[in-house]
Structures are given as C-alpha cells and as structure tokens.
Design a protein around this ligand. Structure first.
Ligand SMILES: C[S@@+](CC[C@H](N)C(=O)[O-])C[C@H]1O[C@@H](n2cnc3c(N)ncnc32)[C@H](O)[C@@H]1O
Length: 384
C-alpha cells in the first residue's frame, strides 16, 4: 500500500533544514562525556540531565521491571494481598520462598508502585496492583507475554526475519499466511480465550461511544467468542446481531452465547473473511482489534469486503489500539510494533493511515469517537 511505501522510503538527498542542523549539533554535544558530566552539575541543565539518565536507565531495565510484574502475577501476589496487608514472613511462607528472596520481590514490586510498604513493615496493595485484581484479563495478558519475551530474546534476528516460526505465530495461527481456513478447534482455543477475557475490558467503552441509533443489524467481523456482541445485545435489545469468525471460533461463540442465555439473539457464522465474501444484511459492521492483525494487502481486501457487504449509508465501526496515540506513543509503535512483528502479520496503524485505507476501500465520512481508554482502543466510524 502507498501509505507504508512512503514511510519506509524517502532516500532522496536534500539540504538539511534548521531543525535537522539543530538536532545534529545538539546530539553531537550530548554524546560527549565531558558535556554529560558538566550538564549533570550545572543548575540550569541538571534536572534535564537527571531526567534523561533515569529515562535511559528505565529503558535498559524495562525487561527486569516486566519480569518483576510477571513474577507477582505467577505468584498471585496481588490476590494474596487482596484481603489486607501482610507481613513479609507470612508472604514468604505463602509463596514458599526463602524470606530474603520474598523480600527482594516485595521491595522490587513496591519500587514499581505495584504494592506499598506500610510503616510497620507489612506490605499492602498499591493502585497498580489493585487495578490488576479488578482486571484478571490483564494478568492473563501478562502471563502470555512469556512467549513474546522468548521471541524477543534476539530482536535483531527477529527484525531480520530469522528464527521463524516464532512462539507467537504458533499462538496466533491465522497469522501464518493461508493458514486461517484450515484451523481446527485446538488451534484457536488459547487465543480465543485470551481475547474473550480482554474484550470484557473494552466492549463497554466502545459501545458507549458507538452511535448505533437507527441501525437494525450489527455484524461483528472477527467477533471472536462473542463478548462484544453479548454486551451489544444487552445495550441494544432490538438490534439483530451476527457474528462472523473462523468456523472453530464461531463454534466457541455459539457455546459462550448459549451459556450467557443469548443463544437466540446472535447468529454465528463460520467463514474465512480473506477468501470468502461476507454476508449481506447488516447495516452496521464492527471490526474490533482485527485490522492491525493483517498486512496491508489483506487489511485493504477486508475493508473492501466489508464495503461490499454494507448497503449505501451502512456504518463501519473500527476499534483497535492505534499508532501515534497522544500520550501512548510507545504502546502503538514499540509494543504493538514488535508484538505484531513477532506474531508475523500486521502492523499498528495510525489514525491517518487507517483513514487513508478506508478511503481507498471506498468509505467516506470517517469520524473518530472519543473513548474512555484510547490507549487500549480508539474508535473510528466510516460510512459506505
Ligand atoms: C485479535 S482477535 C479479536 C477478536 C475480537 N474482535 C476481540 O476484540 O476480542 C482477531 C479475530 O479475527 C479472527 N480472524 C482472523 N483471521 C480471520 C479470517 N481469515 N477469517 C475470519 N476470522 C478471522 C480470529 O479468529 C480472531 O477471533
């Protein structure tokens, strides 16, 4: 697609502008050890120097911080502290750890604001640890990061396309090109369960912001186990609902929706949207955390298939985390950039890139609808 080509290309020679010259001068200065020492002591630059030192250290230590969190989740430390503060010895006992190692974990978790140490030496939940208790799906996400970390052990090899298949490409088997149509029930269970658990976190945010008044039928494409449509059914009882996903995932949706007492309310269709047309009949189609999974040609083909399935004036609602989200830049570019690289398909796209793709697929009236947690998902609508 043209969008990606423009970003990756651009080797033409031109005279550097003032910004480029200033950056060149500045980075030349900052790279000098003598300047660094001076800046760390000079009153007007000391705070910036200290901030930069901390930022660089945090980048170096990021993996360690992530592993501290991982250990807390594996030990269910936050669940343990749910009923109230505990003394280190009692925690060590319950985690079956030698006291000094338990203390290493507790102090590390406290330094990362996951828990807090009370004046009497006991440890209690802090906001970040408490937030994780309220969102068990985040703990499941953290657990599955073991595969991501293994795939990222040699990021240079990953960037060079070596070391495939990665663990994440096995976890997300539809990411392997041409593999989606032949997947069996066993291959989709783990990722579908993870998605269903984390969907609960975002469905209400999206549906709250999504203008569905006057629409009669909503089809959720790549709808997973139907958690999004279950919320839609409760919020819009008169809306007809269709779920479209790979056959074994659609079967899981049938079972989940039946267990929630919504069996008659959602029609579940098993299909491969990359090789089969989408059914007609819905005047609104949602695409939640689906587009970024696919490379540009497949993503564009999917948007065109959705355009073809909608009637004139039909609504597409597209929700996913986006690159370049203000205040969450590393989430889009660094986290999802490398996650999708390890998965072997797709890329995080910015709002402008998605808007351009939507126009290419024939959509107009693209609008963003603010959501409560744009870091997790932003919501765009477009009309046929
Ligand atoms: C990242 S999950 C998102 C699921 C759900 N929308 C959510 O947000 O929880 C992507 C979904 O797209 C489905 N999918 C991927 N490739 C597909 C294809 N070729 N045809 C149909 N569904 C597909 C997957 O099975 C999966 O359920």
């Amino acid at each position: 697609m043209a969008v990606a080509g423009t970003e990756a290309g651009g080797t033409a020679k031109r005279r550097p502008g003032w910004r480029e010259r200033w950056l060149g001068f500045r980075s030349g200065l900052v790279a000098r050890p003598g300047f660094q020492r001076w800046a760390a002591g000079f009153p007007l630059t000391r705070r910036t120097a200290q901030r930069n030192t901390r930022a660089l250290f945090d980048l170096c230590a990021g993996f360690v911080y992530a592993q501290v969190l991982f250990a807390c989740v594996r030990f269910d430390l936050f669940g343990l502290l749910r009923t109230g503060p505990l003394a280190p010895a009692s925690i060590a006992d319950r985690l079956a750890l030698p006291p000094e190692r338990a203390l290493t974990l507790l102090k590390a978790a406290a330094s990362l604001d996951l828990i807090t140490r009370l004046p009497d030496g006991r440890f209690a939940l802090a906001d970040l640890g408490a937030a994780l208790i309220g969102n068990p799906s985040v703990a499941a996400m953290i657990e599955h990061h073991a595969m991501l970390y293994a795939d990222l052990a040699d990021p240079v090899a990953l960037l060079r396309g070596q070391g495939r298949p990665t663990r994440l490409s096995t976890f997300w088997p539809y990411a392997e090109s041409g593999g989606a149509a032949t997947l069996g029930a066993d291959s989709v269970a783990a990722y579908s369960g993870l998605m269903a658990a984390s969907q609960a976190l975002i469905a209400e945010d999206e549906l709250e912001a999504l203008p569905l008044a006057g629409r009669t039928c909503l089809m959720d494409v790549g709808g997973g186990e139907g958690v999004f449509l279950a919320s839609a059914a409760r919020r819009h009882p008169n809306l007809a609902l269709i779920l479209a996903d790979l056959p074994p995932v659609a079967e899981r949706a049938v079972a989940r929706l039946a267990a929630e007492g919504l069996a008659g309310q959602v029609r579940c269709l098993g299909l491969d949207f990359l090789s089969e047309p989408l059914p007609q009949g819905a005047d609104a189609i949602s695409l939640v955390r689906v587009l970024h999974d696919h490379d540009d040609p497949a993503a564009l083909a999917l948007l065109r298939a959705i355009h073809a399935a909608l009637p004139p004036g039909g609504l597409l609602a597209l929700a996913e985390p986006m690159a370049g989200t203000a205040g969450a830049e590393p989430v889009g570019e660094a986290y999802f950039g490398f996650y999708l690289l390890a998965m072997g398909s797709g890329r995080p796209r910015s709002l402008a890139e998605i808007t351009a793709m939507l126009a290419q697929a024939g959509f107009g009236s693209v609008r963003e609808h603010p959501t409560r947690r744009p870091l997790l998902t932003r919501l765009l609508t477009a009309k046929r």
